[in-house]
Design a protein around this ligand. Structure first.
Ligand SMILES: [Zn+2]
Length: 323
């Protein structure tokens, strides 16, 4: 899938706004330093003229070797430290130093551009919406008891670690358990945490994912869309497949799932799966190949217990009930 012109221009406007904000911040910092040090203010006024004199001299064969301008620059640096400012306080400010807030590194799209593009193309507003109620701050373990509670705490700990180490450690997660045991909750928390840290995250329910793939897979005129979708699914920083097993089955789904997981494993791109299916169910429903990829490359977390969604409803009802 590609961005429309309007979507592209919106992203470019966002970059322009970031650059403007950063240069306003730099201007404010400069004023702050000038106000703190009258010597700095005086030197700052002289800097432009000193550089101009050196340049003119070089062009006309004069005797200004630029030493004067260099002295001013180094004294200004020293004055920053004297007045308690960090040495890089007046360096240019970039939100993304990799592309200097242009969105491009040469002709290649920067990772920060790809993240914005993916957020638009795959409707991450849905994920942000979910994350308002499902995030690590909302985590509570008092809804489960005994072994169920231990499993939930264990899975939540693994999810937190996964989010914390993201970008440094390659890992995949497989949450499985019956309805309402917290699988989707943990997937959303983790995905949103990683999204907020600037990574490109694609979050799909299994039914939507395979519908979307099917819609462009059997029509030759849509081959470019299929290639772009496949590229995004295989290349995004994190892919979350929620509720695997609720999609319509068949050989198409089994083959697509395998190639997707296999490609991401080869590229060392993390994936999170949440599902009602046990590992053995995966073998029966999809294939031995899918089974073996999951067993060999995913951390498996089993969840169990009563339906958390019902329990949460009960809690909310009790909390809002008049005392
Ligand atoms: Zn960038």
């Amino acid at each position: 899938m590609a961005l429309t012109n309007e979507q592209y221009e919106n992203i470019m406007r966002e970059y322009a706004a970031i650059r403007e904000k950063n240069s306003a911040l730099l201007r404010a910092r400069r004023e702050e330093v000038r106000a703190a040090s009258p010597e700095y203010r005086a030197l700052d006024t002289d800097t432009g003229a000193a550089f101009l004199r050196a340049l003119k001299s070089r062009l006309t064969g004069g005797n200004d070797d630029g030493a004067d301008a260099a002295r001013i620059v180094s004294r200004k640096k020293a004055l920053l430290a004297v007045n308690g400012f960090p040495s890089d306080y007046l360096d240019e400010i970039f939100t993304c130093p990799d592309c200097r807030d242009t969105g491009y590194i040469g002709t290649r799209k920067c990772h920060c551009f790809r993240r914005r593009e993916i957020a638009i193309l795959y409707g991450q507003s849905h994920l942000s919406e979910l994350a308002r109620t499902e995030n690590f701050r909302m985590l509570r373990d008092d809804l489960f008891t005994g072994e169920d509670r231990q499993r939930f705490l264990n899975a939540a700990g693994i999810a937190r670690q996964f989010a914390q180490n993201f970008g440094e450690k390659y890992e995949n997660l497989y949450f499985y358990g019956s309805v309402g045991t917290g699988k989707t909750f943990l997937s959303v928390c983790t995905a949103n945490d990683i999204l907020q840290r600037g990574f490109a995250v694609i979050y799909f329910s299994a039914a939507d994912l395979f519908d979307r793939l099917a819609a462009v897979s059997f029509d030759y005129s849509k081959r470019a869309e299929l290639a772009a979708l496949t590229d995004d699914l295989c290349g995004c920083d994190l892919l979350v497949i929620d509720d695997l097993g609720t999609e319509l089955g068949g050989t198409f789904v089994a083959a697509k799932l395998f190639s997707l997981l296999n490609e991401r494993i080869l590229r060392r791109r993390p994936t999170i799966i949440s599902t009602n299916l046990t590992i053995e169910d995966v073998r029966t429903r999809y294939s031995d190949r899918v089974f073996s990829r999951i067993v060999s490359s995913f951390t498996i977390c089993k969840l169990s217990g009563p339906d958390l969604r019902l329990a949460m409803k009960r809690v909310r009802r009790n909390e809002s009930a008049p005392v």
